[in-house]
Design a protein around this ligand. Sequence first.
Ligand code: GH3
Ligand code: MG
Ligand code: MG
Length: 673
Amino acid sequence: MATSILLVDNDQQLTALVKSLLTGRGHEVSHFESGKEAIDSLAKLKPDLIVVSEQLSDIDGVGWIIKLRQVNRDTKVVFISSKWKDTDVYQQLTKDFGVSLVVHRPLKPLLFGAQIDGELKAKTASDLNEVTDTETFMQLKTRFASILPGRLKNMEDIIEQSMVNPDDDEKIQEVRRLSHNLKGTASSCGFHHLGETAAKIEQTMNDVIDGKKTLDKNTWETIRRLVAVLHENVKQDFPDELPPAQEAADNGQMPEDSSMANILLVGKYDENDSKKFAQKATVRVIFSEDARDAIEKAKATTLDAAIIDQSDMHSDASFELALKLRGIPGLETLPLAFIHTEDVVGRRTEGMHAGASRYLQKPVKEQDMVQAIEYLIALRGRPRILIVDDDEDFTKIIESALGKEGMLVKSVNVPENALSILEDFSPDLLLLDVMMPNTSGYDVCRKIRALARWQDLPIVFLTAQSGLDSRLAAFDAGADDYLPKPVATVELLARVRVRLDRMRLMKERADRDILTGLLLRRAFVEALTALHAEAERHKLEFSLCLMDVDHFKKVNDTYGHMAGDRVLAHFGHLLRRRFRVEDLRGRWGGEEFIMAFRHEGKETMKGALNRVLDELVTIPFEGDHKEQFFVSFSAGMVSFPQDGTQIEALIKKADERLYMAKEQGRRRIISEG
Ligand code: GH3
Ligand code: MG
Ligand code: MG
């Protein structure tokens, strides 16, 4: 008997190809352009397999699969995706919607045919996976243990008040809310007995609210008994080995707050002064009096920026410290500022080379300090996570878990405030609870998605409601992912990281060269165009530099292409670590690199670049046969506006000077002529 395949696709070329491939292999193919018609046809056709592409006449492919799964959960689905970014939804499709195979265009006909045959041979779509990770963290438990007594006391108080005042509906709602939240958090932290009892209290309150139960003496007694059971559960659930809740260590620093950025301030500082700066700029200041201590602290915290005071330190030592900080893995692009006294103004070149985005004159005005701090933080761009959940204890737990991963986390416990805080905080990802007082997470999600600015914001639901239906509702409302409570932090972290990485990849993949990590030519020109426009508008200078590795062909020929690649990667990495974060670095082509320096003329930058040349020539590279070699580069520099006012003219001039540098013997930087 011929197998019947339903093809849902609105692209003529693709349809023709798939149809001929499949009928050629003896299958019967029914084709629809419209998603709606395809779904309507299901009852009659009962296909063995559904092949759906990205683009239908009335809906997109992923949306169609979500709709399909509301009426049909079993038929196997193969999804043909047209763009790479659709691998993004790969997990969601395969995990939540039982898509058995995702293939990408352009199709490889032979392979595709074989894949379809394979799918038809295998059994029907496997059951949709439930996420049942029960792993929990000791830290989570400890933290929960420390907040639990207060939480139970609060609940008891409200219950007592309600008993005295049985007509107070708000109090009854409050008891329900507290028990609902306790249920979620307790289970998330692995306190299952506690969670179950809390669920019973919630159920009782629900019955009262729905009018299924009257709130008489008996009911109150039940609730009281359940609360007493909660206390029993506490003993049951608390493992003996649980360490006592730790008080925040008092190490002279301000308390850790995961929504705050960390600034390292190196110098002899009056703590009170810095607290003032910190309050204004909402950052945590980490003090350090000397270089060695600064490096230790930089390794131990997630730094967002460093400010180095040169008045108490030899300026050479301060530059060296800056380079060392940037040498710490993960801090290659750490935003930096220096505070200096009059006499080091002439050492701007070293500052540029070391990566100083700002110079502050001592004594530093409070306002300047705050402004500089805010500027540096904006440069850093740590992932920002917003959590909307009415359960304050739960958000605190998640906050600390994500905060430890170096994310900036902010919680909103009143969902009505979500939109305004979203605008202020401008998160990279949103974690959203479903059941909240007065509104649901679905509504919040829909409202956010209706705003153009937030259409691409990754939104992940976290909720105690589980089951396919609520997951479908979440995706319908515009969610990207779904995590059932109790949520294991490990899983949460993994999912959040995946989402963030994908977002960043999507933004960067098109822009960045993989080998060197620098901007690709087109992206560089775009950024340069913006820089040029800004310079014109504000009558500021900027400089531009074209670099080319010397005798690179010989490197390839003598030491191997792989060794050549290592040189390019290393040079790219060096350029990333040096100079200010806001300077532009690009791979212009092959072994040619380009840089643009904001607001700086070529003389300062030539000095800084010469230092990079000095560094590069001392780096030993290894050939494919372990032989050692060294490389250098030649460069041509220009400044706006002296050497030209248009981008094309500037680049042309830089190229001419680069050629001159080659002519004159290489390993040099030419900025005149
Ligand atoms: P000059 O000092 O005059 O610049 O000499 P050169 O040999 O560096 O210049 P030329 O432009 O003749 O050679 C550049 C070589 O760079 C040729 C090309 O094969 C090689 N190349 C370009 N891109 C890559 C790459 O991504 N990796 C490697 N390993 N080599 C590359
Ligand atoms: Mg070359
Ligand atoms: Mg070349």
